[in-house]
Write a protein that binds this ligand. Sequence first.
Ligand code: ZN
Ligand code: ZN
Length: 124
Amino acid sequence: MTKQRQLILDILNHSDRHLTADEIFFLAKLKMPTIAMATIYNNLNAMHEAGMINRLHIDGTADCFDKIVEPHDHLLCDHCGKISDLHLPSLSSSIEETLGFEIETYNLTVHYVCPECRAAQRKR
Ligand SMILES: [Zn+2]
Ligand SMILES: [Zn+2]
């Protein structure tokens, strides 16, 4: 593994949230000032293809990268844009039952207002 890839992996592993390519670039530059944005993109794409990381696409937001590769769903705060993991029992079988045929995969994003934003709204 290249030094650059190791660094990107470390950044994802030490983050408790989902990071965009821009955020990863910013954090990588602190450790490796010469690293280029293209290097970040190339490595993220290669790591995603190799199944080492998860790429998360939510309409209207930048793609995020996730160290958790097992299938899981997401919560999106409509107020601050924070994305959290949501671990639900798989819905595949109930979707398939409804449809009457097999599905490949599904993406579930639950929109809500996170507890921090709710608390901030209440203070105002
Ligand atoms: Zn929020
Ligand atoms: Zn996730």
